[in-house]
Design a protein around this ligand. Sequence first.
Ligand code: FES
Length: 104
Amino acid sequence: MSGNWINIINIEDIPEDDVIGVNIDGHHIALYRAENEVFATDNVCTHGHALLSDGFLEDGEIECPLHQGRFCIKSGKAMSEPLTEDIKTYPTRMEGEQVFLKLS
Ligand code: FES
């Protein structure tokens, strides 16, 4: 159920300073591992049909593979053209190496 913390992955299953795409209850989510923290956003770009998990993570921003728009992975804020719409973020927390996410 949305609103509950869901145990989604072990942090070691996400490459360091990288992004992977996962499907949680039918939601396409991008998971970012940066500085041993995990952040989560929607995986589908707000500009077109591209998966951010195919993009490039650098300095806390994910670059979309299609037109190189960049989002902040913490706030979801659209940081560059051609993006006009922010992306949804999801709260995460850690328990040891286990990563939990709330879908709400
Ligand atoms: S589809 Fe992501 S920037 Fe265009």
